[in-house]
Unconditional design. Structure first.
Length: 286
């Protein structure tokens, strides 16, 4: 009995005995040997990745510009007042810094913030210096950061305006790619805006830094993550010196309080009827 499989394979071997014929037959049917297909697939994948990366950076740049260009009237006023304060400080050449560890030419960051905050308060804005501090977690390390905040209350409710003097420097990276550097260079050195606007910017920039590290095949540092960056501007106002004055005020009142003359029941009527006797020595009943 003839085996059906042997019959089929025998027919194929007789028909295509030469390997060149098999190759030509495969080519005539539209099949390739595999090498050219892999090269074309690699080229297509590279093209798709490059196109996807270009689309990502273009979209991030558009989002960044749209977020920065949107502004309210109160943001614009506080921004102008902050720029004016910085202009006056720069024209003076230095800040009255009394910090013993200061090595900066124009004063330390803390004293500069105090100077600007005082000028904004004189301009009528409720500006305070805030300190944010967060603990270590499995995702991010611990840290702290100081910034300024203006609380504006209107008919629409309370609005927090964040003032960061070194905003662009917070997102700069030494080994970034060209697309990320171009994105960062569009950031203002001094940021003045609503907290919600700041949240959107952090989201855009952290996504860009993650993409940058992925393209360069580098590990993303924990202090570059969204949670860490957002924690920098979620602080509370620093304690004011007025709290200490309130504790010391009763002592000052006791010192400044005038000493009242002490009189007895024997001299009470005499003082009312004869005012001239007030200068005389009072009689004290023991």
């Amino acid at each position: 009995m003839v085996n059906f499989q042997e019959l089929i394979f025998g027919f194929l071997e007789d028909e295509f005995e030469d390997s060149s014929e098999i190759s030509s037959y495969s080519s005539s049917l539209g099949f390739d040997d595999g090498e050219n297909v892999d090269e074309e697939n690699d080229e297509n994948i590279s093209f798709n990745i490059e196109h996807s990366n270009k689309a990502f950076w273009e979209s991030q740049e558009d989002l960044l510009k749209a977020t920065l260009f949107r502004t309210t009237s109160i943001e614009t006023k506080i921004r102008q007042a902050t720029k004016e304060a910085l202009r006056e400080i720069n024209s003076a050449g230095t800040v009255n810094c009394i910090c013993p560890r200061n090595t900066a030419v124009h004063g330390c960051r803390n004293c500069t913030q105090k100077e600007i905050s005082g000028r904004l308060q004189n301009a009528g804005y409720n500006c305070v210096i805030c300190m944010s501090k967060w603990r270590h977690s499995p995702e991010i390390p611990s840290g702290k950061h100081s910034y300024m905040e203006v609380n504006n209350t209107s008919g629409k409710g309370e609005m927090k305006i964040i003032i960061e003097l070194n905003f662009r420097a917070q997102f700069e990276m030494a080994k970034a790619n060209e697309e990320y550097d171009r994105l960062i260079n569009q950031l203002p050195e001094v940021f003045v805006g609503k907290f919600s606007r700041l949240q959107n910017l952090i989201k855009i920039l952290c996504a860009a830094s993650k993409k940058c590290m992925k393209e360069k095949k580098m590990h993303m540092a924990p202090w570059r993550k969204h949670k860490y960056m957002l924690a920098k501007w979620q602080g509370s106002p620093e304690a004011k010196p007025a709290v200490l004055l309130a504790v010391a005020s009763p002592v000052r009142e006791l010192v400044e309080r005038p000493i009242r003359s002490r009189s007895s029941m024997l001299t009470f009527d005499l003082l009312e009827n004869f005012p001239g006797l007030q200068s005389t020595t009072m009689i004290r009943v023991v």
